[in-house]
Design a protein around this ligand. Structure first.
Ligand SMILES: *[C@@H]1O[C@H](CO)[C@@H](O)[C@H](O)[C@H]1NC(C)=O
Ligand SMILES: *[C@@H]1O[C@H](CO)[C@@H](O)[C@H](O)[C@H]1NC(C)=O
Ligand SMILES: *[C@@H]1O[C@H](CO)[C@@H](O)[C@H](O)[C@H]1NC(C)=O
Length: 561
């Protein structure tokens, strides 16, 4: 061997061992809502999560579609938890290399997520600065004054780049996170036994049953068909409120209750003054519509090991339940701005929802209440603001509709196109034809190739609620998601009765020819925001009401019942 090549080899290995660091993630400036206060104190404690590369994520995606697409041979053959984990679990090499790097730097792994793909580490700012060759700063959120320790970029050894998806929270500025903007308006004239009020004034469970053809008879095959209702941000669902609601609107269901599952030490405080409007709304709407289906309130506590508000912890908690008691449908009426979460983290949360879909669990989200302006009304936006998780293809986003049939779009119905997720296979033609119909309108304000949302719609205006003892109404897509979820749970009940698998990840079925035929298209109304008139509901799929509103009998026909 010639001496100079040996030198070269040595030099190269020296470089790759000690010096070859690469920028792993970066942003150019913090969001304008934050101010930089200077370097973070070196002795401040940080808790970070290191997300490891999955063994075969594309394989799981392929399988998720295969078990959810009605035209596939594998339709309905949902994966077991162990089968899901086999795709997700990091390879032993990945685990060894990343743990080795951490321990060389004196950092110990405190805990590991269910699938082994998220490592939780705690370290001082000084140590984190050294580990990631960066300088963490202290940032203050202008509106809520909350301080965050973040950085604008960080490095990892080049040899580890393929093994680490991201480290969080580093470049994530989540802004102020609000629960829903639900406003409850009291209806003093509403009480048990009082004559019914018009559906245009107060939308009761009876109105939903009449409009969407939902049966009032009780589900019969229910023990293994749990409907999960997610609760965040200290929202508690109150049993006393539920009882008043049922005796007013569903006297036949009085005595129906709900189960409770705690995630990240979440509680469900039963003091009446602690009842949350959102949690009450979601529980009352589901228990009062999905007659006889067991409903579980899943309360996520404030301290989330996943570092993403519990969005991944809730998935882990569900997947680790025995199949007989875990939900087959999960509804969530909380939203956040897509851009508030870095792409890498959004993708990680979306992949967690994909795991639920692969395992046969339908994941539904409200589409947001700010029209094209995102989760809440926003007049200062200069481009349309997509809502998370509307962009994730593995969830079914539920927009808002209103009125006696034919229904029209609710003006606040969150809808548009993701800036993070490309349009998925099930809606390629839908998005393309809607975008073509727009021509140059709104050019530059939205992503013409993004995943379009919502997928479907349901009533969202003046929906009945009992909150802290007062019965009245509330408006928001917060109502639409539990309504749609209840209908899916009732379809699942019939499927179980026929010895068939439940629906699972819904979108390939909903967008199939048979699935579409189960919807009443919503063709008027729009979702204004950001100083524009927003998108218009129109024949076919649209980014205001999706495919339209459901009809129960036609959903049964679509699944061959
Ligand atoms: C990934 O999973 C798919 C689907 O099960 C499979 O066909 C493929 O062989 C897997 N790839 C690897 C590298 O294991
Ligand atoms: C429940 O809520 C009430 C009213 O907000 C509060 O006083 C009480 O401390 C709470 N209980 C628990 C266990 O958090
Ligand atoms: C409103 O829009 C502005 C401009 O796009 C954006 O920076 C801000 O985060 C939005 N606010 C909310 C509450 O969504």
């Amino acid at each position: 061997m010639r001496p100079f090549s040996l030198c070269l080899l040595l030099a190269f290995s020296f470089l790759s061992r000690s010096h070859a660091l690469v920028v792993h993630e970066s942003i150019s400036v913090p969001p304008s809502s934050y101010t930089y206060d200077g370097p973070a104190a070196l002795d401040e404690a940080l808790t970070l999560r290191v997300a490891l590369a999955h063994t075969n994520l594309s394989g799981l995606e392929e399988m998720t579609y295969a078990v959810s697409d009605p035209t596939s041979m594998l339709y309905g053959r949902h994966l077991t938890t162990d089968e899901v984990l086999a795709y997700i679990k990091p390879a032993p090499e990945t685990h060894a290399l990343v743990s080795g790097w951490l321990s060389e730097n004196g950092v110990t792994v405190e805990s590991t997520s269910f699938a082994g793909d998220l490592l939780k580490i705690s370290l001082s700012v000084a140590k984190a600065n050294h580990l990631l060759s960066t300088e963490f700063g202290s940032f203050t959120h202008a509106a809520n004054g909350k301080k965050s320790v973040r950085t604008l970029r960080y490095f990892v050894p080049e040899t580890l780049q393929q093994h680490i998806r991201f480290i969080h929270p580093t470049i994530a500025f989540m802004g102020s996170i609000s629960s829903s903007s639900l406003v409850v308006v009291a209806h003093t004239e509403v009480s048990a036994g009082a004559p019914p009020v018009s559906c245009e004034t107060l939308w009761t469970p009876q109105c939903t049953q009449d409009t969407y053809g939902v049966p009032s008879s009780k589900a019969t095959n229910s023990p293994s068909n749990v409907l999960g209702v997610a609760g965040f941000f200290g929202q508690y669902a109150n049993s006393q409120d539920l009882n008043v609601y049922l005796s007013t609107f569903r006297p036949d269901l009085v005595g129906s209750s709900f189960n409770f599952l705690s995630v990240d030490d979440g509680i469900n405080n039963q003091t009446l003054s602690a009842a949350g409007a959102e949690a009450d709304f979601d529980i009352e709407t589901t228990v009062g519509l999905a007659s006889g289906v067991p409903v579980t309130f899943i309360s996520v506590g404030p301290d989330n090991p996943d570092g993403v508000l519990g969005a991944i912890d809730i998935v882990d908690a569900i997947l680790s339940q025995p199949p007989e008691t875990r939900p087959t449908v999960l509804t969530t009426s909380y939203n956040i701005l897509e851009e508030a979460i870095p792409l890498s983290v959004d993708v990680a949360i979306c992949n967690a929802f994909m795991q639920l879909g692969a395992a046969g669990i339908s994941v539904l989200f409200s589409s947001g209440d700010g029209g094209v302006g995102g989760p809440t009304q926003n007049t200062s936006c200069t481009t349309f603001l997509p809502t998370f998780s509307g962009g994730c293809p593995f969830i079914t986003a539920v927009g808002g509709s209103t009125g006696l049939p034919p229904q029209v779009a609710a003006s606040f119905s969150g809808g548009g196109f993701s800036n993070y997720f490309p349009k998925p296979r099930f809606q390629l033609d839908d998005v393309a034809s809607y975008v073509t119909s727009l021509g140059q309108q709104y050019s530059g304000l939205y992503n013409t190739n993004g995943r379009g949302y919502p997928d479907v719609a349901a009533q969202a205006v003046d929906v009945a609620i009992t909150w802290q003892g007062v019965t009245g109404h509330g408006s928001g897509t917060s109502a639409a998601s539990p309504i749609f979820a209840s209908i899916i749970a009732l379809v699942n009940d019939r499927l179980i009765g026929a010895g068939r698998p439940v629906l699972g990840f819904l979108n390939p079925f909903l967008y199939s020819p048979a699935g579409r035929a189960a919807f009443d298209d919503v063709v008027s109304g729009s979702n204004p925001g950001c100083g524009t008139d927003g998108f218009s509901a129109s024949p076919g799929w649209d980014p205001v009401t999706g495919l339209g509103t459901p009809k129960f009998e036609r959903l049964l026909a679509a699944v061959g019942l």
